[in-house]
Design a protein around this ligand. Structure first.
Ligand code: ADE
Length: 438
């Protein structure tokens, strides 16, 4: 007889199929066994939070999501933690990603506008709270069966404490096709105008079915974005053409603002602004989150397998609480890391070679790439570590270094990435290490 497979449970939630994979972890369908209600559980793996940087990012994402209650933003209901995982219990949006709708073909102007109005409502709501998404793209917009959109994945978002003294953001992040040109410059950028550029790219894709800036070569893609001359089809209505032009303005200072968008004639047609407060009263039950029976102190928690604690509490206990203490080491992480640098190509190759040779790596050059190989001395791990480094020119004084691990020990890989970005990354910034791909 076939053995029946037991569904995995996390507290009162029964886990179901994988819905998707975000920046920081898998998202699974889950059912609250007490109420029968469906949720999306974002499962954050311990290894991704090992470093202080990662746990800070997650704390930030939770802190940000907690503040957001808007009908067009995926709601965070509660946060649970076990010894090895953190679970974000999110609103379930059953229609999937907007991306898959557009894959089937562009939307009509009326439907594009409906989506865009909701997008601007949600984005301006965040901006009013000094929160910037920084990775707006079709893949991060979910749709429910009634056509209501919900923005998800605040894994890269920034809030007020992210700004340098100049009041600008400095980390390059986001998906290349949607990233504003000023984000590549080393001078810092305004989070609101950068998000609105991404909204411009989204509007363009909704209306046309294709991207305004596209190239398989990353360096050429960045050049196209920097030039900003997207071809705007003449068959679009003049109102839509005008709004795209104002959004895809390469100068963030003259780019249209959210308030101006709301005054735009094309945008205003059949526009009913969302009411975030009404939504809040309907669905949010704050007290539930803090009445969880599983809540316990972090110190008692150490070493307990399988128990759940409320991570709101966990994170709230100490601003400097290092979640990494709760997690075990694990060594597989197949990620691309990139950082920007002002070094010339020749200096860059010389520096990378110098740095990695000191760490016992051998360097091979082929097809314009550097292969960094560290042979293994450990018989249990016979394959060692292999990393590919690629350099893309963004403009005459700025280059992008992309590192990807082919195979081997992730902790050494991460150490090397950190060393290289510290030594070679653009000087006025903190080392700009950005995880770009899972
Ligand atoms: N995929 C990622 N997040 C999701 C959510 N909240 N609902 C449905 N699918 C998702």
């Amino acid at each position: 007889m076939m053995e029946e497979k037991k569904a995995m449970k996390v507290g009162k939630y029964e886990m179901g199929r994988v819905l998707g994979e975000g920046h920081s972890g898998k998202v699974r369908l889950a059912q609250n066994l007490e109420t029968g209600q469906a949720f999306a559980l974002k499962v954050l793996d311990k290894q991704r939070l090992l470093k202080q940087r990662q746990s800070d990012q997650i704390k930030r994402e939770i802190g940000i999501l907690k503040q957001l209650r808007h009908p067009n933003i995926v709601r965070l209901h509660e946060v649970l933690a076990s010894k090895t995982k953190i679970y974000l219990v999110l609103e379930y949006v059953s229609g999937g990603e907007l991306y898959y709708r557009i894959e089937k073909g562009r939307l009509s102007e009326v439907n594009s506008r409906k989506v865009f109005q909701q997008l601007i409502d949600a984005v301006s709501y965040c901006h009013d709270k000094d929160i910037y998404h920084r990775d707006l793209k079709l893949e991060n917009i979910l749709v429910d069966p009634t056509g209501t959109i919900k923005i998800s994945d605040f894994g890269l978002s920034a809030s007020a404490d992210h700004f340098k003294n100049d009041g600008l953001l400095h980390t390059i992040c986001g998906s290349p096709h949607y990233v504003a040109p000023e984000v590549f410059s080393c001078k810092g950028y305004n989070g609101a105008s950068a998000d609105l550029w991404s909204c411009g790219v989204i509007l363009y894709v909704l209306l046309t079915g294709y991207l305004p800036f596209c190239d398989r070569n990353l360096a050429r893609l960045y050049q196209k974005i920097a030039e900003g001359n997207a071809k705007i089809p003449q068959w679009l209505s003049p109102g839509a053409q005008n709004l795209i032009r104002r959004l895809l303005d390469t100068n963030p200072k003259t780019r249209i603002t959210a308030d101006e968008i709301k005054q735009d004639e094309w945008f205003k047609q059949d526009y009913t602004p969302a009411n975030p407060i009404e939504e809040d009263q309907e669905t949010y039950i704050d007290s539930e989150i803090f009445k969880m029976p599983e809540v316990m102190e972090a110190s008692k928690y150490q070493g307990l397998q399988g128990a759940l604690i409320n991570a709101f509490e966990l994170i709230g206990m100490s601003s400097s609480l290092d979640l990494s203490g709760l997690f075990e080491e694990e060594d597989v992480s197949e990620r691309k890391i990139r950082f920007t640098t002002n070094y010339s190509l020749r200096d860059l190759v010389e520096k990378i070679e110098g740095n990695v040779k000191e760490m016992g790596f051998r360097v091979e050059k082929s097809n314009g790439k550097l292969k960094l190989i560290q042979e293994s001395k450990d018989q249990k791990r016979p394959f060692g570590l292999s990393i590919v480094a690629e350099v893309f020119e963004i403009n005459p004084s700025l280059r992008l270094v992309e590192l990807s691990k082919s195979y081997g020990d992730s902790s050494i890989y991460r150490k090397l990435c950190t060393e290289l970005s510290k030594d070679l990354g653009v000087r006025e910034n903190q080392p700009q290490l950005t995880v770009v791909e899972a």
